[in-house]
Every structure is written in C-alpha cells, then in structure tokens.
Design a protein. Sequence first.
Length: 435
Amino acid sequence: MEKSVKIALLGCGTVGGGVIIVLNENREDIAKKAGCAIEVKTVLVRDKKNLKPEIKKYNVGYTDNLDDILNDPEIEIVVELIGRVHPAKEYIEAAISHGKHVVTANKDVLADYGKSLFALAAEKKTDFQFEGAVGGGIPIIRPLRACLAANKISSIMGIINGTTNYMLTKMSQEGLSYAQALAEAQAKGYAESDPTADVEGIDAARKIAVLASLAFNTPLTLKDVHVEGIDNIDACDIEYARDLGYVVKLLGVAKNDPENGISANVYPVMLPKNHPLASVNDVYNAIYVNGDAVGDAMFLGRGAGRLPTASAVCGDIIDIVRNIRNHACGRIGGNLFEKKKMCPPDKEMAPCYFRLQVADRPGVLAAIASTFAAQQMSIASVIQKNVMDNGTAELVIITNKVSRLSLDLSLRTLQVLPVVNEVCSVMRVEDPALP
Ligand code: NDP
Ligand code: HSE
C-alpha cells in the first residue's frame, strides 16, 4: 500500500475527538477504501490538559501553534473543528493559502464566507469539503453538489437542528421543562458552544443559508434568512398543539419561486400529527429536497453528536485522500454562479398560531379581531384558556394564511394594544385545510 496521507485537526472537542476515534478504530477498513493509511499527525489545541481521557489513549501529536501545521509539508489535509467564525475563518484561509485541502463542519463560517472560501480553494486548486456542517451525519451536502447536480431545485426544507428537535421531543413526550431539555442536549454534545445559536434558530438559519446556496446556485448568507427560534415556545404551546392535533417542530424552509424569488426562513411550525416530519424525533434531522428531475427526495439521520458528525467529516477526509491519490483535487467547486432576487415578505404566506395573555373583559376579542382585520388577516379559530386570578386570560388564535409582512405589522400593533398584556408565542401552522 502507498505511504500514508497525513492530516491535522484544529480543535479536539466533541467532533474533533470523534474524528480521532473513528479514524483509529476503523483504521484498516478506511485505509483499504482510501487506498492508503490516514494518519492524524498533529492536533491544534489550546490546552492539552483539557483533553478527554477517551482521546488521550490515541497516539497523535499536539501543538498550540498553528504555524506548526501550516509549515509542515507532510500535512496535506487540515480539518477545522474549533467552531464559531473567528479565528476559524482565518485558519481555514491560512490552510488553503498554504496549499492544504480543508475539511470543516463549521456552518458559522460557511454561512458568511462560503463564497470567498470557494473562490480561494478554486484559486489554490485545493479541495474544500464540509459534509458535517449541515445535518450532522446525514449525507446532504454531497448529494446537492454531486448526485442532484442535474436538477433545478425548487425547495429544500426540514428539521436541521438536533438540539432543538431533541428539546421539543423531550418537552412534548417526557414533560421536561425548556431548561431541563436544553441541559440534556448540551450534556449529549449536541448544542453549540453558545447554545443560544441553537434555540434562537441561528444555527438552523446558517444551515438553511448553506443548503439554499448550493441548491439554488446563489450566495445566501445568514442575513438573507428570516429567523424565529424556539426560545419563546413554552410547554403549554406544545400542549395546545397536541390538543389541536399538531406537533411543534423547528423548520428551515427555503424556496425558489420563479415569479417571486428566493425565500429562506427558520421558524417553529405546528405540523399535523400525520405529517412525515412530525415523527422525526430526538436528535434526528430530516431534509426534503424537491428537484425537477428527481421529484421529492428525503434525507434522514442523526443531525448532531460526536460520532455521527465524525462520520461525515471522515467521509470528506477519505474523499480528499482518494482525490489526492488520483490527482483529481478541486473537482467539485462552489456553484454560486447566479445572483437571484429574494422574495418580498408580502408574498410569503402561512397560517399562524398566536398565544396571547389578555385582559379578561368584554371587547377584548373585538380589539384583537380589528387589529387582524387591518392587515387582511382572517381568524380560523379562537380558544380562550385559563382565566387567571389576576383578571387575565389566555387566548389561542389560529388564522388563515397571512403574509409575513402582515404578521409582522399585526404583531407590532398587538404588542402595544392596551388589552393585550403579552404576546407569548407565535408559530406558523402547516395545514392544507386552512385557506
Ligand atoms: P466543541 O466546543 O466541543 O470543540 C471545539 C474545540 O475547539 C474545543 O476543544 C476548543 O478548546 C477548541 N478550540 C476553540 N478555539 C480554539 C483555538 N483558537 N485553538 C485551538 N483550539 C480551539 O465543539 P464541537 O466539537 O461540538 O464543534 C466543532 C465544530 O463542529 C463547530 O463548528 C460545530 O458547529 C460543528 N458541528 C458540531 C456538531 C455537534 O454535534 N457537536 C455537529 C455538526 C457540526 P477548549 O476546550 O480549550 O475551548
Ligand atoms: N448544534 C447543532 C445542532 C450541531 O444541534 O444541530 C449540529 O450542527
């Protein structure tokens, strides 16, 4: 067999540690598949004392100086797994500029700097791969860049954050509080180092920006995505959803409407219980793609976690080793060759659920109904729940389809309406029965 390909890891946390485990535990099969052994020569860490015991047993070198990696001519592939935008972006650029092939699982960097990194990799003729950045262990990036490349893709949507799906599942099936569910997701290694990115929908927004860019051949960044998280969703919303026959999921949804343009959204949605995404639970993610040739295709699997994400990262490493051995690096470049217009918010339509704390007195419903009417929003149903001792009541309202613009304007009015004490939560409702 040929001499080994040597790689370096930047970061040895949840995913970095997983990559060391998978490359070592499956070493022989991987070498046969790649055509040569793959050796982790150097790992960049901030402090060796932070290494987990299960990683220390593997024989790899450590450094706290990036230059040791950049200036080592034996290292051909650099795997960035430190997370966040800075200095990860600068480290990736430095690695590519030194002629290294790069693998990353960093959607934060990709969502903001994907276009310039693709260009740099093309200029330096290096491979730049990022299968782990969306959907954890689910193959979705390579399918979009290769297997589905012949399609005009009209929509890509699904559950693309493992932490929030785990939380919503635990809140709904085991009655865990929001805080308990988040703590469990963090302990399992699903959450970002700053979990507000997960619960506020930012992580999913970065992922839908990456997916939509590849699907629609146009550069989208985080700024192009309208984001609502689950941080305002309470256990009682999940209960109301259940009573109404729905399940709550945080979805990323991107559409390419030839007439109105591209829309990219992340928001919590009430899905009918029999919807295919309603039964995707725990850390699982599921992504639907619709292409003009393939029709509907669905990708399902573990969307976060050490070994599932390491599976995707190691797949990229093996692919690059094959390219190196066959002198075929840089085969699949960035495909962001078009600048497409974005869909205006008055053209994005969906039914909505509102939960409001209101004064429990006559005329309240009329005031709310006239706020909705001013935005041409029609009410499908109203349920009054839980009259409290302090003279307030909880109102649950479901509307027919409203535009995102009308929704935003009505919310602004409701928030200052004297009879409304609080707009507690708002969700889209996916229900073909609602006009
Ligand atoms: P962790 O926080 O577990 O690991 C990151 C590691 O990088 C930490 O050990 C940290 O060290 C180290 N690090 C941070 N900055 C530096 C630096 N400047 N120099 C050297 N080391 C540094 O994160 P994950 O492993 O969970 O995530 C890594 C990447 O993978 C992120 O981009 C994340 O979004 C992505 N990802 C994660 C998934 C998951 O399920 N966890 C799934 C898919 C993608 P220290 O311990 O000193 O802070
Ligand atoms: N924090 C992310 C999630 C990790 O929960 O989905 C996977 O990208």
